[in-house]
Design a protein around this ligand. Sequence first.
Ligand code: GCB
Length: 602
Amino acid sequence: MKSLNNCILILLTIFSIATTAQEANYADLLQNIDAREKTSLNGKWDIIVDPLENGFYNHRLQEYDKGYFKNAKMQSPSDLIEYNFDTSLQLNVPGDWNTQMDKLYYYEGTLWYKKDFNYTPTSDQESLLYFEAVNYEAIVYLNGEKLGKHVGGYTPFQFNVTDKLVEGNNFVVVKVDNKRKKENVPTVNQDWWNYGGITRSVHLINVPKTHIEDYSVQLEKGTTNTISGWVTVANSTNGDAVSIKIPELKKTVLATLKNGKASFAINAKPNLWSPNSPKLYEAIIETSTDKVIDNIGFRNISTDGSKILVNGKETFLKGISIHEEAAFKTGRVVSVEECKVLLNWAKELGCNFLRLAHYPHSEAMVKEAEKMGFLIWSEIPVYWTIQFENQDTYANAENQLAEMISRDKNRASVILWSMANETPESESRLSFISNLAEKARELDNTRLITAALDTQGKGDDGNLIEDPLGEVVDVIGINNYCGWYYGDVDSCSSIKWASAYNKPMIMSEIGGGALYGLHGDANERWTEEYQDALFKSNIEMMKNIEFMTGLSPWILMDFRSSRRPLRRIQDDFNRKGLISEQGMKKKAFFTLQEYYLEMDEK
Ligand code: GCB
């Protein structure tokens, strides 16, 4: 029996080694790549479109070792090699493939990317190949050898390639597959474009062999005068020192590493980060071999009954939802400038809050928003009817959650981690999302947990919030489409709301579609007047909800969605934006702006 147990243990160990060696996950992530010396691998990449996955499987559909990742070249005129990256088409990285090449507009499947680069080794350095995001599944090869795989389209991952790089020319090949699958997160059904590709930047990052891998520097939960956290250092020795310095506060603390990790606490009275004063402090984390500088804000976030308190002060969240799609050109956001276009519009609207829907947005978006003083709701794509009973689906969702938290845990702007959007009530859904919430709290006990719910019961004189998920979250998000998916526009203003929970509620979506420039009566769908009337009526409704502590209407800008085919109106765009994708403001923009301005005057 004992030997059987041993045998099982050995097998389990081998299995877990095998899986960790192949799957990139959050445990490896380098914190704050902006502070690192890196070589950009952005630019033109050679591509091969491969709907049949011919570069991966042989004709018996077995994974084989002569795939496109070998980047083979003809050695003699008689050689048969039916692909050639050197003569292939090219795409820009970062970028989605759909908007770069007409024939890839609707494409969902495998596409191979290849890039050559030069490398000069330096002693005592480690090299990390870092992808900010690839949608959806990436299998990465370096010089013909498989490094591993990553699943999930909106979070970063990396491979340590120190021993795999060669002096001189190297090539990296990525098999990117954005096929939708039932078991994926998100699943097959989503109301946004399934943009494929290496959608965010790629870097080769150089770090000292003994390097600062990760850190958390935050106000301790519930305080405004204790900055505490931890630092992990790769390849360190027990007893090595780490210093954490915040020069402007005249504070330096030394911590000692044990098993690669050191914890610290600093008594300090920082000027607190808030939407009106988004103060960031330079924080310097240093070891004898490495140094990282970050800009960190200190703020406290808590709830009191149905109120949200920022630094102890009741704060109403004047928000808007955003998809990470670029204005004017359309397609995925790929630059800081494109982030700023969206963020400046949100500022103009009068917002202090953003719901970054429906997946983790880029680090650049979060950092720019933080500088501008936006409070942020950040979420993972647990959206609609995913497979709540499937353990692999759970593992995938949890990894995406952990990668999001790992990347953004030092951002003062982020106050809410959202676990899910509009998921149908069931036992398995409740335990799935409860487990995610537990994981989020384990990784970060300072922020609030939320989820957007579209399940409302009927109370005595209106809607009743009683979804059991209300028990699990700290803040309840409600998506409600009065005047669009149900009810007459005029009826919305008199709807009453009640809640079974004494918790803050954010109206995380309200809205309706309008084509910019289409005018008519207020009861004519798709006109700006209809959308405007809908906003006015919903604003009246929301004014009467005492326990509502904020809102993030749907949505800042029209965005592409394959659920929206109506010709001459939608043309593949969800038209619920307050601004068209060409940057034209619809009437409802000004109505919401006025509501936010009035609130400021009170
Ligand atoms: C929702 C979803 C959002 C959709 C929106 C709509 O409830 O959360 O992803 O885009 O409705 O326009 O229908």
